[in-house]
Design a protein around this ligand. Structure first.
Ligand SMILES: Cc1cc2nc3c(=O)[nH]c(=O)nc-3n(C[C@H](O)[C@H](O)[C@H](O)COP(=O)(O)OP(=O)(O)OC[C@H]3O[C@@H](n4cnc5c(N)ncnc54)[C@H](O)[C@@H]3O)c2cc1C
Length: 315
């Protein structure tokens, strides 16, 4: 079985999703990567060590890369064959995958949390806040194009293989490739990365106000934890959108997830339910968050959080 994985370089590294997908793909068959961006030594090494046999690399410039990337990948797939083409769910992944689907005349299945090589190739996705799993089979001819959710698979190096690099010339896609990126910036953040942190402290609307958000920050500081938030808090403008956990935010899988003043709406739970230990603090004993929590404190977070923070300071 021939599998292709899409990767976009950022900050000198291969995309996190590509390393996760490679870990899954290498167990299924021969895996090639289509990598766009600068092509740093580190990024190529990462792809090789996670199981890429060949890395087809296309350099990108100030133009939006998706139209050219989709055309180049379509040509590669037609030349070398493909049974599965795996994308993450980042913006460029979706843009390239959608265009590729149109070019190849093949359907896309999205939101996968697992992939089976079949035959037929099938995809598992989750509905109703992850309480139900749906398995969907491809009935079309290969290749199957699949978008996989972040953290569906854990990225693990395979033990040191070196990928062959194959340079790819950027194809001319006419007017569809003329859009230019006029500005980009790296969002500033303090403390541990939310998606990689071992401990996450998340706050919901129950925190009460932007001024009270320091209760979450103080506990997070003591635990060296990343800070997360519900969409209600982001919509209220208390914290930036990059902290949002959930269906339309980030998917996290820390060892410990503390949810304070979070009701446990399914759109939030879907982004954190795979955490190792979930600790919920909520004044409503009937709050749905307690259904997914391993430990629960029924109480007012305005008194519980300062006590927790103080106890940690004293240790
Ligand atoms: C299409 C769509 C996508 C969405 N995507 C997301 C997403 O990605 N992430 C997300 O989080 N939401 C998302 N939502 C919104 C989601 O449905 C909920 O509205 C949101 O998660 C609720 O946030 P909350 O728990 O902070 O607020 P609330 O539901 O208002 O809950 C507040 C909780 O705090 C408790 N509380 C109040 N005061 C205290 C106190 N003093 N001490 C302790 N507990 C207290 C209450 O009992 C309550 O349980 C989405 C919604 C839609 C429709």
């Amino acid at each position: 079985m021939t599998i292709w994985v899409f990767s976009e370089e950022a900050g000198g590294h291969a995309s996190a999703s590509a390393l996760e997908l490679l870990t899954k793909a290498r167990a299924i068959g021969e895996t090639n990567v289509f990598h766009i961006g600068a092509g740093s030594e580190t990024a190529i090494e990462e792809l090789g060590s996670h199981g890429a046999a060949k890395v087809f690399h296309m350099t990108t410039d100030e133009h939006l890369p998706s139209a050219a990337a989709a055309a180049a990948l379509a040509a590669l797939v037609e030349e070398h064959g493909a049974d599965l083409i795996l994308f993450g769910m980042d913006n460029t992944d979706r843009d390239v995958g959608g265009r590729l689907s149109a070019r190849l005349g093949r359907p896309v299945l999205a939101n996968a949390v697992d992939v089976s090589s079949g035959p037929p190739v099938s995809v598992t996705s989750e509905i109703l806040g992850g309480t139900q799993a749906v398995v969907t089979e491809f009935t079309s001819d290969a290749p199957a194009i699949i978008f996989v959710r972040p953290k569906a698979f854990a990225a693990e190096p395979s033990g040191g293989s070196v990928a062959e690099i194959v340079p790819v010339t950027e194809p001319d896609v006419g007017r569809s490739g003329t859009a230019v990126i006029v500005e980009s910036h790296v969002e500033e953040s303090e403390g541990p990365d939310l998606e990689a942190a071992a401990v996450v402290v998340s706050g919901g609307r129950g925190v009460g106000s932007e001024e009270k958000w320091s209760l979450i920050e103080d506990l997070a500081t003591q635990l060296k934890a990343a800070i997360g938030a519900t969409r209600a808090v982001v919509d209220a403008g208390w914290v930036p959108a990059r902290l949002q956990v959930g269906q339309t935010g980030k998917t996290v899988k820390p060892d410990i997830y503390i949810a304070a003043g979070v009701s446990g709406a399914m759109q939030h739970v879907v982004g954190m339910k795979n955490a190792g230990t979930i600790i919920a603090i909520n004044k409503d004993a009937e709050a749905p968050i307690f259904a997914v929590a391993d430990l629960g404190i029924v109480g007012d977070l305005h008194s519980v959080l300062p006590k927790l923070t103080e106890a940690l300071k004293e240790r």
